[in-house]
Design a protein around this ligand. Sequence first.
Ligand code: BMA
Length: 307
Amino acid sequence: MANETVFKRYARNPIITAKAVPRANSIHNSAIVKEKNGYLGIFRVDEIDMNYTLHVGRSRDGIQWKIEPDRIRMRSGDPDVVMTDHSYDPRITKIGDTFYVTWCNSDAHGPAIGLATTKDFKTFKQWENPLPPANRNCVIFPKKLNGKFAILHRPSDRGHTPFGDIYYAESPDLVHWGCHRHVMSPTQGWQSTKIGPGPHPIETDDGWLLIYHGVWWSCNGFVYSAGAALLDLEKPWKVIARTRDYLLYPTELYERVGDVPNVIFPSSATLEPGGRIRLYYGCADTCISIAEAKLADVIAWVKTHGA
Ligand code: BMA
């Protein structure tokens, strides 16, 4: 095991494996939110036919989960707006009493971004895809900015995407998206090939804290790690600071070995007692783990380990 940064891994990682769902081949890269009486999640479940869809899960402590064996069935009222059999990498953001779910809704024309809303995790209203192919990472800010919904996303290609920058966009109605701004590009080392937004940004006095994944291309394939940036509170396409050093790198066996080796894919963060954040991340496209840090320590790390 290598040195840890400010994040400390949970000793009993991984917390979720394929055993949680009868037909699962793997469960990883999933979205979790903390509510008053427990935790709710939307899980990427790759099944034994290697199709991948989204399932609801519930937990009292955020560690032991019950995940529904059946996929989510969304309602759109339009036969052309559907959740495909290749739906993956969800994110959840709560604004007011509504949960906004974004995910990669991949069909014959390539990976697009899907969008749905729910208030109870029982009925889901699916909206038009906010972004066309090719794009497979999108997360919504936890409040409207200047009266508009705002997202961070990462345009891609139809394959495994050996490139990728993070962009910003906003919408007055969740349907029409504009004000497209470039936010960040890959730089060096662990984030030299592509980067993509992870959990929804966390509002702090120092700016929006964005935890993101960075990828470098080794002779054995992609290696996914986690880093963080601080974005301007009013103009989040302006980067205040950004880590040069990674925050989490695949060092543990469950991060190094799996269907896609060497992957840490940060996808959710919850605020916990004592000013801590708990990061949920997919491991080697096989299972889910957690790591915790003090929010103040993460911010200090970004400021002092900057690019
Ligand atoms: C995501 C998904 C996965 C992929 C992964 C690494 O963007 O596309 O299918 O393997 O990255 O976890």
